[in-house]
Design a binder for this molecule. Structure first.
Ligand code: PEP
Ligand code: MN
Length: 342
């Protein structure tokens, strides 16, 4: 912690500050500046965070130097995390997680057709929502367990790991029976009970950034999962709300190198939900790789006009194949490769 002193802090106030710090059992170091002085307070991090330092006369501000997230931080683990997603596919440390599939599972034939095409194109994780977080209660809510069965079947038949969204702690046990990876969507990034629950499983968790979540909020949510013992968290940038309605959200690409400097966890980019526009998705996917992402998440549908959810932003299988080909060329420049399911 660093105490910023008020410009008019008197010597006797400073003495009092020192006394208080010592009384609380901490040590201090004074740094005198021309306009303003700082006092570095040294002690056990958690105690420091809760100490009422700001209440001492002469103190203007108290700034935390240590990050509130620990297990997710680079200080805690210097090297990049990487983990197995199933079927020999890994993410992190050079391996790109290429998630593709429809927004929602709509039926076995449709999913099978889409899944075959994205697998041929080079995707290595199949997505599809069975429980959909829709803005309107009247929109299609997903096929539920029926959908999970279809997703599992198609994944097994094609030998691909699958990812699907969990919205509620009560769904964790059910979804755990069918999926390889849990997805926590933007709307649930701070559903702390849900984070605790998936933290107690040993499946990888794809944690999407909330629409108005800061980078620190996202890392704190990851910390919930990690602190429950599950070390396999993948972070996903999917755009944040902005004033500009020309795109669905605002893709914060700087978040990728920003988070990667703070954390060892893999970070992927979802240009589908970030832009909501098929014409922008390919270039933003490439930009994501150039920004250092460990994977790309794209919604694909074989007939977007018939899609039951997010059809307007779905790429056609051929368009997806073009993007993957471009990523395949770009990836080696950034020390990355696309692992294929075994
Ligand atoms: C999704 O992946 O279909 C989804 C609902 O994403 P988000 O939570 O990022 O909106
Ligand atoms: Mn979607």
């Amino acid at each position: 912690m660093i105490i910023v002193l008020k410009p008019d802090c008197t010597e006797s106030q400073l003495e009092h500050i020192f006394e208080k710090i010592e009384e609380m059992g901490f040590r201090y170091e004074l740094s005198r500046g021309v306009k303003r002085s700082l006092v570095g307070v040294i002690g056990e991090e958690d105690q420091l965070r809760n100490a009422p330092l700001r209440a001492i006369p002469g103190v203007e501000d108290v700034v935390a130097v240590l990050k509130p997230f620990k297990l997710a931080s680079r200080e805690f683990q210097e090297h990049d995390s990487s983990f197995d997603l199933g079927h020999g596919v890994r993410v992190g440390d050079g391996d790109l997680m290429m998630i593709a599939g429809p927004c929602a599972i709509e039926g076995e034939d449709v999913l099978m057709e889409i899944a075959r095409s994205i697998k041929n194109a080079g995707a290595n994780v199949l997505r599809g929502g069975a429980f959909k977080p829709r803005t309107s209660p009247y929109s299609f809510q997903g096929m539920g367990e029926e959908g999970l069965k279809i997703l599992r079947k198609v994944g097994d038949e094609l030998g691909m790991p699958v990812v699907t969204e969990v919205m509620d702690p009560r769904q964790v046990e059910l979804i755990d029976r069918y999926t390889d990876i849990f997805q926590i969507g933007a709307r649930n990034m701070q559903n702390f009970n849900l984070l605790n629950e998936v933290g107690q499983t040993n499946r990888p968790v794809l944690l999407k950034r909330g629409m108005s979540a800061t980078v620190q909020d996202l890392l704190m949510s990851a910390e919930y999962i990690l602190s429950n013992g599950n070390k396999q968290v993948i972070l996903c940038e999917r755009g944040i709300r902005s004033f500009d309605s020309s795109t669905r959200n605002l893709l914060d690409l700087a978040m990728v190198p920003n988070v990667k400097s703070l954390s060892h966890l893999p970070v992927i980019v979802d240009p589908s939900h970030a832009t909501g526009r098929p014409d922008l998705i390919p270039s933003m996917a490439l930009a994501g790789i150039a920004a250092g992402a460990d994977g790309i998440h794209i919604e694909v549908h074989n007939c977007p006009e018939k899609a039951l959810s997010d059809g307007q932003q779905a790429l056609l299988p051929d368009q997806y194949a073009d993007v993957v080909n471009q990523i395949r060329e770009l990836a080696p420049l950034f020390g990355k490769r696309i692992p294929q399911p075994q």
